[in-house]
Design a protein. Structure first.
Length: 276
């Protein structure tokens, strides 16, 4: 049985039976944080109230945090809570395509001409539910190494409910969809009089919004090793774009934060060597 907080053990909760010590943040993304929970709650409120997201620098300024690294780490921990493990698969008619994202790699030595920036292009797969007669539903996005069958099929099977109709372009990567339980509508763009953005408006619209979000909110300075978590945030925001209650978004993110496994600062930064 868990008893009241034991002052001699830094206000930890103590089990009277086995003497095991724990805290209210154990098993959550707040585990072992040095930042007060009220600051975390303020961060979640601010993040969910910004329609287009917030950068680490913006969060640092709003919350008055002492370091950029603290704000950066908070954002990345919260991004890990933006994906619900048991979320429903997409269904109905779903457009699927691939697109390249342009990221600015600013990890370069400073020369006499100043810091030079290179642009990295990374491939991502996008799936968009299509509503009839018009409109888009939920989306899924994932970084992939190649636009072939081996990379696209796992993405579709983990994102789209069997029996759904997948609308794709003429790529050979989609030829086996019916064999694995999907309907398939194929549009060949090569030589067509109809522009691709008109025949497959969902994926092209989402791709444009995603690139604009990365360039606008984050100025394109997203390190490739961290891209997956930025994609998770974009999907979280897009799928809740019609919500009329920001308070509900705050509640949802907080709800997912307390059931998301903790992650260490070392794991968050990974191979990061520059602020992003």
């Amino acid at each position: 049985m868990i008893g009241e907080a034991d002052r001699s053990s830094r206000n930890r909760l103590l089990c009277h039976s086995c003497k095991h010590q724990t805290t209210v943040t154990t098993g959550t993304i707040f585990d072992k944080t040095r930042t007060e929970l009220r600051v975390w709650f303020a961060a979640i409120w601010y993040i969910t109230h910004q329609k287009h997201g917030v950068s680490a620098l913006g969060l640092q300024r709003v919350l008055g945090l002492g370091s950029y690294e603290t704000a950066w780490t908070m954002l990345h921990r919260l991004r890990r809570a933006m994906v619900r493990p048991d979320r429903d698969l997409l269904h109905g008619e779903v457009e699927v395509d691939e697109t390249y994202l342009s990221l600015t790699d600013r990890i370069k030595p400073i020369s006499a001409e100043g810091r030079k920036s290179n642009t990295a292009k990374l491939l991502v797969a996008i799936a968009v539910e299509i509503h009839k007669p018009k409109g888009f539903g939920r989306i899924r996005i994932r970084r992939i190494d190649n636009g072939d069958y081996e990379n696209l099929m796992p993405f579709m099977q983990e994102s789209i409910h069997p029996g759904s109709v997948i609308h794709s372009d003429g790529s050979a990567a989609y030829r086996e969809l019916e064999a694995v339980g999907y309907g398939h509508r194929r549009t060949v763009h090569l030589g067509s009089d109809i522009p691709a953005h008109e025949s497959m408006p969902g994926v092209h619209r989402v791709a444009a919004l995603l690139q604009r979000w990365i360039l606008g909110t984050h100025h394109g300075a997203v390190q490739p090793a961290q891209l997956d978590y930025y994609l998770d945030e974009f999907v979280f925001r897009f799928n809740r774009r019609a919500s009329k209650s920001r308070g509900l978004l705050f509640y949802r993110l907080l709800q997912q934060a307390v059931v998301t496994h903790p992650i260490t600062y070392k794991a968050v930064i990974g191979k990061r060597s520059e602020k992003s």
